[in-house]
Design a protein around this ligand. Sequence first.
Ligand code: ADP
Ligand code: MN
Length: 311
Amino acid sequence: GLDWNSLVAFDNVAAGHDGVMSDASGSLIIKPCVAAEVQFYEVSNAEHPEFAQLMPTFMGSLQHEANNPLRGKKLDTGLAIVLENVLAGFQKPNFVDVKLGKRLWADDAPLSKRNKLDDVASQTTSGSLGFRIAGMKVWQPEGSGEYKVFDKFYGRTLTSDNVRNAFSTFLCVDQKTETSDIVEDVISNIEEAVGAIEQIIAKQESRMYSASLLFVYEGDPQARKEALDSAVTQTEQSRHSDDRRQEGENVAEDEDDEEDEQAEPKLFDIKLIDFAHAEWTPGQGPDENMLMGIRNVRRVLRDLMKEVSHE
Ligand code: ADP
Ligand code: MN
């Protein structure tokens, strides 16, 4: 079970409130939250399984007492949510928090908060593109062996003309570790994955304000190479078994054997996070505010692909 005394501070965050913790193994995060967020995870898991796949795996919630390590932090609700750590399984995860929506406040927000968030949106790509970079950390393989931190002010300075630079930095395009063919392929796969997320959200009737896409990319060049090689092998294997299937062979057995093997090295992952202001709203149609941001993320990724291919 989860023991309060074994929790450690989790500083691998891109943005947001203080006080995120992780378990000793690093596979879980424990994040102070409001009751509405726990409820949104519960309802999504129970009633919207396809959407729930876009979220980190929900392990439960903890209501903690006075005098434990999470008290006194900024988000002092006494409640914490236990989630899969989306960064687990990467050697040196690069990650970026992409905050979605032009409108960032829920119906229950006071006027002062609406005005403040509308102001920020009007001065950033939140207003023009329906998303902005809320924070990012990128592993620096050369020299220092440290993370370069891009805080919320970095994201606020970006414009619709240069926001693709953030994705370029995040994906280590300038490190030139991979050929432009490979980089194009990776961006194309990520763009497709965002497209799959868009398709699911377009089918749902929900409203989410200030939710984010958390992108994770392997920042360690050697681990990245291994992940890329293994992806190629996987594609070849599945093509091979597709061929055999067409020839009428039963390939199910071979594939079952592979399940026991070690987890594949991860190249990237994308999850939707931060549901403090999210709810299911049957009858209201899709969340165009979120969809605008997601579609523009795709467009920016396609622009970056073109840029890479012309280099
Ligand atoms: P807040 O309400 O404080 O903005 P978020 O849910 O956005 O809360 O979380 C803050 C930060 O914590 C995110 O920017 C992200 O970097 C990190 N984070 C949140 N959830 C996870 C997760 N499941 N796995 C890994 N990192 C996470
Ligand atoms: Mn957040």
